[in-house]
Design a protein around this ligand. Structure first.
Ligand SMILES: [Zn+2]
Length: 406
């Protein structure tokens, strides 16, 4: 099958007119303009978006445009919302989130899930996924049930589209003694992990001194804040213990210093930026644009729909653009297409998502985005375009839209 478009983007440089030929669900080659089975016209055609951070079971409507109350209250309200949904409710939310994700041109997700709602919801979904099992351990005991986690890791029900990993939830919800056994275990198993790090403003004081608003938050949960005192930040601690490696995905990192960002870059780990969620919480400007300028691989994620508003990666890229007006437009697109695939490949799993550069043999996971009229680079204009089609393994997921385009 051949698909032609005014702008084929192979993950770097300018987009050019041409065709992509697909054989057996994989990219065969990029061809010059010519006859095709589908002609998309004025559209960008490129590898599908990767949403590098979301919680599918929290695909609830956003209650307000910006957070009301404190971050601590917000965290507790999310825990409560999950409880109220129950197991079936969470699965229904996750399935709805997966549908919205695919309709938005996203062909792969890195999802964090505490109890398996995403596994059930995605059983027959074409969406490629890294499913990360969330671990929360406020106390040092009982510690980790490694047998159960090992069982989870080996249980992927579709090896071609599902990979599993671990998510120690955050610097302040996993006891240091527990984390000290969990991350080395992930490294031994050679599995990816993702962790919310340096997200709340109080995290630094909690970890360095064992005090502040974070300490009071932990006390409210019945945990001992003094046992979370490390005398250093989480990035410093992980670097010191040898746990900051190419397996790691640092989620948010809002409060990371320039040195910490450089440490993340040197380690092979990657940083996930969620600009809309970040704005929802009313936080200070994020270090990601500066980090990207210095060459760090920044990935983009929506975070839960309950804080981002939608699961559209095009909307997320638009928000990234608005927050980083002086970045090269290609850098923004790479955050959603090339960087997440490169990180996954670096972490030991190049086969799941391919390269994002339309290389021969990559899975034919593609997105087409319309290019509104106007001036400026095509990639810039397409940020306010619409998703015309999504393909996974070369199969179209919105055939009715493609019929219109033909
Ligand atoms: Zn999150």
């Amino acid at each position: 099958m051949r698909i032609s478009a005014q702008a084929i983007w192979n993950g770097h440089g300018t987009a050019r007119p041409g065709r992509i030929s697909i054989r057996d669900g994989r990219i065969e080659q990029i061809l010059p303009p010519g006859p095709a089975d589908i002609d998309l016209g004025e559209a960008i055609l490129c590898a599908g978006f990767v949403n590098a951070h979301l919680h599918l079971d929290l695909s609830l409507p956003r209650p307000t445009e910006t957070m009301v109350g404190s971050f601590d209250d917000w965290l507790l309200s999310v825990v409560e919302a999950r409880q109220q949904l129950g197991e079936d409710g969470r699965t229904i939310q996750a399935a709805a989130g997966a549908e919205e994700t695919l309709a938005g041109g996203t062909t792969a997700v890195f999802d964090i899930d505490p109890a398996g709602a995403s596994i059930t919801a995605l059983t027959d979904s074409p969406l490629r996924r890294l499913l990360l099992r969330e671990v929360i351990a406020l106390n040092s005991r009982p510690g980790i049930d490694f047998e159960a986690l090992g069982h989870f890791l080996r249980g992927a029900n579709d090896g071609d589209r599902e990979l599993r990993g671990i998510s120690p939830h955050s610097s302040y919800t996993v006891h240091p003694e527990v984390l000290a056994t969990l991350l080395p275990w992930c490294r031994e198993q050679d599995v990816p992990w993702a962790m919310h790090i340096a997200e709340p403003t109080w995290e630094r004081e909690l970890l360095v001194d064992g005090s502040g608003a974070g300490a009071r938050f932990l006390e409210g949960l019945g945990a001992d804040p003094a046992s979370f005192r490390r005398g250093q930040t989480m990035i410093e601690a992980l670097h010191g213990s040898g746990d900051l490696t190419r397996h790691g995905l640092i989620i948010h990192g809002n409060e990371c210093s320039e040195d910490e960002i450089a440490t993340i870059g040197d380690s092979g780990a990657a940083l996930v930026w969620c600009p809309r969620s970040h704005a929802f919480f009313g936080r200070a400007p994020h270090p990601a644009p500066q980090a990207a300028k210095k060459g760090l691989d920044v990935l983009l994620g929506t975070d839960g729909k309950v804080s981002s508003g939608t699961l559209s990666m095009l909307d997320e890229m638009g928000a990234a653009r608005a927050a980083a007006a002086d970045l090269d437009i290609e850098t923004i697109w790479k955050m959603a297409i090339v960087n997440p695939r490169q990180w996954l490949a670096r972490s030991g799993h190049p086969e799941l998502l391919g390269s994002g550069t339309l290389k021969e043999g990559d899975p034919a996971d593609l997105v087409a985005v319309s290019i509104p009229d106007g001036d400026g680079p095509l990639l810039e204009r397409a940020l306010s375009g619409e998703v015309l089609g999504t393909w996974i393994d070369g199969r179209a997921l919105q055939p009715e839209m493609l019929e219109d385009a033909q």
